[in-house]
Design a protein around this ligand. Sequence first.
Ligand code: GRF
Length: 192
Amino acid sequence: MVLSTGFKKIKTAVFLSGKGTNLKNLIIHSKFKNLPISIDLIISDNLKAYGLKYAKIFQIQKKIFNFKKKNYEKNLLNELKKNEIKLICLAGFMKILSKGFIQNFKGKIINIHPSLLPKYKGLNTHQRALKNNDQYSGCTVHYVNSKLDSGKIILQKKIKVYKNDTPKSLASKILVQEHKLYPAAIKKIFKH
Ligand code: GRF
């Protein structure tokens, strides 16, 4: 896709396993809010992921891979190559990518995580923040390397945790911030 300024949008794939609110948000930002990427491919490990419906709504190609199958990685790489994908955004993607795969897209895979990394890598971040009586929690966009949730941080947003917060209330407040942070992090990467 070429903008009227002649600026070529960066072809991007979003990987997801679930709801896909970050996917939807990135699509909207890329189509209508001057984000320097175009979402050209949606990848999922989960045929039933609710977020896959955005493929139909926005007419974006989607592919489902069985990440347990031996040959999936080769097929996935082919698909990404075929679509000239230059950036991969993980958004609620629940599988761990292999070292080899990450090497193939070195510095071109980013993820959003619902905690203030390096705190609470992995799952159940909100429960853990509450259990530790943390005063603040938040979300982080980071590069993906071969260690879980450990790559270089691009941007972070901090929010206050209140006494009456529950994992659910915290998750929904943080999700609102995620929808601002992910586009901002992409703009930062491409100095847009
Ligand atoms: C988000 O909280 C994200 O930080 C985490 O998984 C959740 C995905 O939400 N990695 P959605 O599928 O984008 O709605």
